[in-house]
Design a protein. Structure first.
Length: 199
């Protein structure tokens, strides 16, 4: 619901209504909201409840700077380690992402995350993978914002395909360079979009 834009910034998340809508009790819902707060998607205020965390240029800078430090090297290492099953999973993940982006599905952030993680997970570095996963979760909503302008998904698809081609060819140097440029381009676009939104 967060990724689909069904929850508004600044409006309290009504736990009773949400529990009823989702047909769950309030205890697992509170646990889920606490987890979403750990993931950086919601924020809690004493006596006021949980709220969707607003997008900000500062947070985008930090999230993407950290991704730049870890993801290019992790993806390059994974390209050399990936099994045939993991390589097939990466191809499937890109196909699903392309379909979702073309259809402007609200879950495109999650599909983008699944693709990037399919390229990182085979690096066999548990802690690195966990941190990259958390950063990609935090980036989900920014990906949606990044893809708002008409035709932006086409460029993203081209960049993703080049990354996957190099990854499948086990060309670690090309993968590292392409992932770095892809993340940098996304951040550059976000700077403009978020400055306009905040200004």
């Amino acid at each position: 619901m967060i990724l689909a834009g069904e929850i508004e910034v600044g409006v309290p998340i009504r736990q009773d209504a949400l529990a009823s809508q989702l047909k769950v009790s309030k205890i697992p819902l509170r646990e889920a909201l606490a987890r979403l707060e750990q993931d950086g998607l919601v924020v809690s205020h004493p006596n006021r409840g949980f709220f969707l965390r607003p997008l900000s240029a500062g947070e985008a800078e930090e999230v993407y700077a950290l991704r730049l430090r870890l993801e290019p090297d992790a993806t390059a290492a994974a390209a050399l380690e990936a099994t045939e099953e993991e390589r097939a999973a990466a191809v499937r993940a890109l196909d699903l992402l392309d379909q979702g982006a073309s259809a402007h599905e609200p879950t495109v952030g999650a599909l983008n995350r699944a693709f990037h993680l399919a390229l990182v997970t085979p690096c066999k570095k548990r802690l690195t993978t966990e941190i990259v996963t958390r950063l990609n979760v935090m980036a989900d909503r920014y990906v949606g914002k990044h893809l708002e302008p008409q035709g932006r998904h086409v460029r993203a698809e081209e960049e993703h395909q080049k990354i996957l081609d190099a990854w499948m060819a086990r060309d670690a140097d090309a993968v590292r360079d392409l992932v770095r440029r892809h993340i940098e381009c996304t951040l550059s676009d976000l700077r403009v979009e978020l400055d306009q939104a905040e200004g």
